[in-house]
Ligand binder design. Structure first.
Ligand code: NDP
Ligand code: PYC
Length: 337
């Protein structure tokens, strides 16, 4: 196990920002990415924290990403806000479209934000949390690269395809879940490979299609879906909704576009926002009360809500800073230099 180094959140942000800018990323993209990476590290989501600086710099050096792309916004229908990222990273495009998504959801009850032509590396919970912070229910999904075999198969077809949901709660953290439809995010398998650690059975298959606990063999073979055929169907839905439906690449097409560059996947993202006040009208408080009953029935028997681990980590990190593997910091500092 690598030595761990304590950093403040400001130090995490500064390291991410100066490494990205030092490698040619435009400042507003770099700031949006450093903000998200800091949130990931803060909430102890290690596969989507500082580790992503390595992947972003590799992607910049591949020449695939436009580091200064300016997102453009269009309105194909009243309920649809569309932002073209023009082959830049997704987060500036998200910032561009989010205010109008919120406005349209309040106006119409339901609205969609489509982000197209974006390099996408980030966890989706910060995005649905931002929707919930506006008092709206949020749902987000995105493909990635075709690393994941369908249940019963052994070749990558699906991306790790995360699905995230947030429900706003008055005066407290929202109810949020955010998971890859693969058994685990690929970033976690990459971190196991970096540390030379075995992975549990059920995460993936080697290149011959055999279940394997060797992280590197699985990275060269195929990952497995979570929940067998159920995760497989959800992964397919995400290819359709956040690929075919929005006129952007599926995970297989994104992998072909990458052409072995090993860059961050480039494709689209779909976010949906629902306004409870529009759905419930005068019965809004009653709807919220019934949601709280549901949450109490979960926690009342000792089970935890999804994201509670993250919210606890968030408090701890704000107080004590975060612990980062020295090997990862050394790798990032080398890129920053
Ligand atoms: P995890 O399996 O670690 O967690 C999935 C969800 O389940 C989290 O909301 C987690 O909450 C919750 N959870 C875990 N254990 C419990 C429990 N015992 N009781 C209740 N809830 C629980 O996540 P994944 O590895 O699937 O994904 C990690 C991240 O990777 C996600 O944020 C995802 O967006 C990101 N990702 C991004 C991709 C991209 O293309 N941009 C691709 C794939 C993944 P908690 O966090 O509090 O533990
Ligand atoms: O961890 O699976 C993953 C992932 C893919 C793209 C960004 N993160």
């Amino acid at each position: 196990m690598s030595e761990l180094i304590n950093l403040s959140l400001e130090q995490v942000h500064d390291l991410a920002l100066r490494t990205l800018i030092g490698n040619g990323m435009g400042e507003d993209h770099a700031r949006a990415i450093a903000d998200t990476i800091t949130q990931g590290q803060r909430d102890e989501c290690h596969s989507h924290g500082l580790y992503r600086v390595l992947v972003c710099v590799h992607s910049l050096r591949s020449g695939k990403v436009d580091p200064n792309a300016r997102p453009t916004l269009s309105r194909p229908a009243p309920a649809i806000v569309s932002v073209d990222a023009h082959r830049g990273y997704s987060l500036l495009a998200l910032q561009t479209g989010l205010p109008l998504l919120v406005e349209q959801a309040r106006e119409l009850g339901v609205a969609a934000l489509v982000i197209r032509n974006c390099f996408h590396f980030s966890a989706l919970w910060p995005e649905v949390e931002a929707i919930a912070a506006e008092g709206l229910v949020g749902l987000a999904m995105t493909p990635s690269h075709a690393w994941v075999a369908p249940e019963g198969g052994s070749q990558g077809v699906f991306g790790t395809n995360p699905l995230a949901f947030a429900w706003p709660r008055a005066g407290r953290e929202p109810f949020v879940f955010d998971f890859a439809t693969s058994a685990i995010a690929r970033g976690d398998i990459e971190l196991h490979a970096r540390q030379g650690k075995p992975i549990p059975l059920g995460w993936g298959l080697d290149a011959e299609g055999r279940p394997s606990t060797d992280a590197r063999a699985v990275l060269e073979g195929a990952m497995q879906t979570f929940g067998g055929h159920k995760g497989s169907a959800l992964a397919a839905m995400i290819e359709l909704m956040a690929g075919a439906l929005i006129g952007d690449l599926t995970s297989a097409e994104s992998l072909a576009f990458d052409a072995a560059a090993g860059a961050t996947p480039c494709h689209g993202e779909l976010l949906l926002a629902f306004d409870p006040a529009r759905f419930l009208g005068g019965a809004l408080e009653e709807g919220q009360r019934r949601a709280e009953q549901l949450f109490a029935a979960i926690t009342g028997q000792g089970a935890r809500l999804p994201s509670q681990r993250r919210f606890d980590a968030r408090q701890r990190s704000a107080r004590d800073g975060v612990w980062v593997a020295k090997t990862l910091l050394d790798d990032i500092e080398r890129l920053a230099a």
